[in-house]
Write a new protein. Structure first.
Length: 124
């Protein structure tokens, strides 16, 4: 059963502006997300924009927004085949457990100026 759906869009140039502020990037992104984005030099901002959109969409799917959630406790990684996956830590894991959901489905896309993420939470 679907317990929550969230979608978000982020302008990539917003994240491009953030790239000059290391503390801001470290505040919102898990170290593994930063490492992945840095390795993708030509698409660093796109990579982070899609991940930021996923974090926003996750909060919307929970129905609580980011109340008591640290954004870098939400990490978007890619499986070996490139499929995105969410890993949750600390405050995000607690919020997820409290929601009653047991699985997170994620889809990411980006084109030119925007990155979009959709999250579907599934539970019993």
């Amino acid at each position: 059963m679907i317990t929550g759906i969230g979608i978000d869009i982020v302008q990539i140039n917003r994240i491009e502006n953030w790239l000059n502020n290391k503390k801001l990037i470290e505040r919102y992104f898990h170290p593994e997300e930063i490492s992945l984005a840095t390795s993708r030099k030509n698409s660093e901002a796109q990579t982070l924009a899609a991940r930021f959109a996923a974090k926003e969409a996750f909060g919307k799917a929970l129905g609580t927004g980011f109340a008591n959630i640290t954004l870098k406790d939400i990490m978007v990684i890619n499986e070996g085949n490139g499929k995105p996956e969410i890993k949750l830590f600390g405050s995000a894991q607690k919020a997820f457990e409290k929601s009653g959901a047991s699985k997170v489905h994620i889809s990411l896309t980006h084109e030119r100026d925007n990155a979009v993420a959709m999250i579907v939470l599934e539970g019993a």
